[in-house]
Design a binder for this molecule. Structure first.
Ligand code: ADP
Length: 219
């Protein structure tokens, strides 16, 4: 059965977050076993995931029946029902699943998940809120925090760098950020070849400490 390949991912809870995660995995060519307690949710995803099953994930025998203990990667995307989230996670931990991701809807929820030993606790709403805050305030088209106070940012070059070659712009020395890639006239992204000229209207992908990346975007 392909769904128990070690490459496959089990996604438990197919609300807005779990669903979009599961579909994105499918689009990336990863087999997905989707589990949700609600029949109508499961029906809507029928045929779009490798397997999708209506079941209560807080019951050990149900998870065993679905071969969940054999998965290397399981995501618990049960946000609203904190008790169900914790019960499910505790079962997965007892199965010794190597990589468990779990959605937290609040700090206390996240803290409990962490204390239980979940390998990756995610805060989709908090993270998205923070990300959008950066987009709203600056001239960034996209902002991706990579942890450790570092970010990758899509932005348009201002007078400070437009009109010079990437090598001449010396963004690392002057602004503390590195240009990673450049896109001209809505074309495709190109690696930041040092000989390429930066023109106003180009888009740049830059990487650097969050503060510096922010400051550079506002230049
Ligand atoms: P959203 O991700 O849209 O914010 P929720 O976090 O409330 O919404 O969605 C959680 C999903 O998890 C729901 O579709 C719900 O049916 C499902 N769910 C809740 N408890 C269980 C459970 N014990 N077993 C399986 N699925 C569950």
């Amino acid at each position: 059965d392909r769904v128990t390949d070690t490459d496959a991912v089990a996604v438990i809870g197919l609300g807005r977050f779990g669903q979009s995660l599961a579909l994105e995995l499918m689009a990336s060519g990863v087999d997905v076993l989707g589990i949700d307690g609600q029949q109508d949710v499961v029906q809507r995803l029928d045929g779009r995931l490798t397997h999708v099953v209506a079941a209560d994930a807080t019951r050990a025998e149900v998870l065993r029946q679905l071969s969940v203990p054999e998965f290397d990667r399981v995501v618990v995307a049960i946000g609203g029902d904190v008790a169900a989230s914790i019960l499910t996670v505790s079962l997965l931990l007892s199965f010794d699943i190597p990589q468990i991701w779990a959605e937290a809807v609040s700090e206390p929820h996240g803290t409990v998940l962490q204390q239980l030993g979940v390998h990756h606790v995610i805060y989709p709403e908090k993270d998205m809120g923070r990300r959008v805050a950066h987009l709203v305030q600056g001239s960034m088209q996209d902002y991706i925090p990579v942890g450790g106070d570092f970010a990758v940012v899509e932005t348009s070059p201002r007078r400070a760098v437009a009109g010079s070659a990437i090598s001449e712009a010396q963004t690392r020395r002057r602004f503390g950020v590195e240009i990673v890639a450049i896109r001209k006239n809505g074309g495709g992204w190109m690696f930041a070849d040092p000989d390429l000229y930066i023109e106003e209207g180009d888009e740049l992908l830059i990487a650097g400490p969050t503060r510096k990346a922010e400051a550079f975007s506002r230049l």
